[in-house]
Design a protein around this ligand. Structure first.
Ligand SMILES: Cc1cc2nc3c(=O)[nH]c(=O)nc-3n(C[C@H](O)[C@H](O)[C@H](O)COP(=O)(O)OP(=O)(O)OC[C@H]3O[C@@H](n4cnc5c(N)ncnc54)[C@H](O)[C@@H]3O)c2cc1C
Length: 401
């Protein structure tokens, strides 16, 4: 591939996955052209949690210091009972955690994270960033790829990375497997100034209130200036929705059975917006010749492990390493990357559904069993259980014990 580096690698989509891919490839000496559908590069104004594995990836992409500067370092992952208001358990994110996994756990504003990646791309002479460039389709002839844009233009490259998210057009051509699966879970998001968050709940934690068929997550962001609120409810909604404004009453309707604390948090939210969550069953093939999928386009998952973006970052690092190792062979690089990434992301797609069912949303005896099992865990038990994930993909036991 290096011999062909006159021809850029095309990346469809300039989200977290696409920009990280561009950075990774450029650092290995490849020219890259990012084709973004929107009229400007950006992210929605909500928060995101980043496990230590995301910071391993930031370091490999050369933006570790910038990423660390914008993060809020929470002290716990805290699980609360949304019905009786009591703590079920927590995972400490202290020095022992950081030492064990080699990096911290943090929460960041999506815009800040995207901004760090975007700046890294803008600083690279190898990366061309193009907006208003929706990718519709591609054709390939064994030596190059030609992408058709919605504008009518075409763009040529040595390969195409489909990082165009949940509704990926590139995926439709590679796999043709139809629309994503609508989970029937509805998520509502709001970001509020810290002074509006009830004072007794301004914890330095990513807190999750787990209740029957619903849960609420909150954590501080942006140097504690705001709190990120996310409320999720099994609404059995049949159709996908993204970012639709909804009233406070609509949000509260899913949480009338929860503790006053939880309802109070929701009442303090404003400008609530709604998403109906989608994912897909895992597939083992993400490539077609000189085309490959990455991030949500390849392995969309429910957000319950807070790992979708972390996986896109890891994908980007792996793809860049495979490109460097492939000695001029784009197709081989893409197949190697696919092989190295598919089991880890498959596990997260499947286990994200599982933890939704068994940890976040159970009721009655099912919830009591959850409490009993989680309460008996020591800090070391938690760290051992999370080693496969937070330790990153390059371990002697990448899938744990
Ligand atoms: C409620 C919620 C909470 C979450 N919380 C977390 C969390 O705490 N931690 C975590 O790691 N993950 C989290 N995630 C998952 C995370 O947001 C996604 O996995 C991640 O953003 C995927 O990045 P991506 O770049 O693959 O796709 P996207 O972010 O969807 O980016 C795709 C980009 O491609 C562009 N595009 C789309 N179609 C085209 C086209 N045809 N041509 C050109 N451009 C196109 C889009 O405009 C966009 O810029 C959460 C998700 C949700 C829904």
């Amino acid at each position: 591939m290096r011999g062909m580096s006159e021809q850029p690698i095309l990346v469809a989509g300039g989200g977290i996955g696409g920009l990280a891919t561009a950075l990774g490839l450029a650092r290995k000496g490849f020219n890259v052209c990012v084709l973004e559908r929107a009229s400007a590069f950006g992210e929605i104004g909500a928060g995101i949690q980043l496990g230590p594995n995301a910071f391993h990836a930031f370091d490999a992409l050369g933006v570790g210091d910038a990423a660390r500067r914008m993060a809020v370092y929470i002290e716990q992952l805290r699980l609360m009972d949304a019905v009786n208001g009591e703590e079920i358990c927590h995972i400490p994110l202290d020095e022992r955690f950081r030492k064990r996994f080699g990096n911290p756990y943090a929460v960041v504003h999506r815009g800040d994270l995207h901004g760090v990646l975007l700046q890294g791309c803008r600083d690279s002479s190898r990366i061309e960033l193009r907006v208003r460039s929706e990718v519709l389709s591609y054709e390939q002839d064994g030596s190059r790829i030609r992408v058709q844009l919605a504008t009518g233009d075409t763009v040529d490259g040595a390969g195409l990375v489909g990082a165009d998210g949940l509704w990926s057009k590139v995926r439709q051509q590679v796999l043709g497997d139809g629309p994503p699966r609508v989970s029937g879970h509805t998520t509502y998001r709001s970001v509020i100034p810290t002074e509006r968050m009830p004072e007794e709940l301004r914890w330095n934690a990513a807190t999750l209130w787990a209740g029957p068929k619903c849960h609420v997550v909150h954590y501080p962001l942006s140097d504690w200036r705001v709190f990120n609120l996310v409320a999720t409810f099994h609404s059995d909604a049949p159709d996908p929705v993204a970012g639709m404004p909804v009233s406070l009453d609509t949000v509260l309707d899913g949480f009338r059975h929860t503790h006053e604390y939880v309802q109070n948090i929701i009442r303090h939210g404003s400008d609530w917006k709604m998403w109906v969550l989608c994912d897909r069953d895992p597939v083992d093939r993400w490539t077609e010749g000189r085309v490959v999928l990455l991030g949500d386009a390849a392995h969309p998952m429910l957000q319950y492990f807070a790992q979708g973006a972390c996986m896109a970052l890891e994908d980007a690092v792996c793809l860049a390493e495979c490109a460097e190792a492939s000695d001029g062979d784009v197709e081989r690089a893409f197949v190697d990357y696919n092989r190295q990434r598919v089991l880890r992301t498959t596990r997260l797609q499947l286990q994200s559904r599982e933890i939704g069912q068994h940890i976040y949303h159970p009721a009655g005896a099912h919830a009591a069993l959850r409490d009993a099992l989680l309460r008996q865990k020591t800090d070391e038990d938690w760290f051992d259980a999370l080693q496969w994930l937070y330790g990153g993909p390059k371990q002697s036991r990448p899938f744990g014990n």
